[in-house]
Ligand binder design. Structure first.
Ligand SMILES: [Zn+2]
Length: 88
């Protein structure tokens, strides 16, 4: 997951939630539930879910174990569940 996340996820051309097309220049972000790239609109909906806080915490601790990188390292895909990014 960590090794190929950029290739697999960062340049997704479609939101996995609403199937809206995402242009390369559009910001996208990863879901804390399934790690799929979603559009900013869907992220707002996701944040409203009552279990979002718990899901986020679980995701972060799992992610840090898997990658051995501190949360907040922009090179780590963990970071992009909370920080929008663009296809580069
Ligand atoms: Zn969407």
């Amino acid at each position: 997951m960590e090794a190929n996340w950029e290739k697999e996820l960062s340049c997704a051309s479609q939101c996995k939630r609403c199937h809206k097309p995402i242009e390369d220049k559009d910001q996208r972000i990863l879901s804390v539930y399934d790690h799929q790239p979603i559009c900013m609109q869907c992220k707002k909906e996701e944040e409203k879910r009552p279990d979002y806080g718990d899901a986020s915490k679980q995701m972060i601790s799992r992610c840090m174990q898997e990658t051995n990188k501190p949360y907040g390292d922009p090179a780590s895909y963990c970071f992009h569940h909370f920080c929008p990014f663009k296809c580069t």
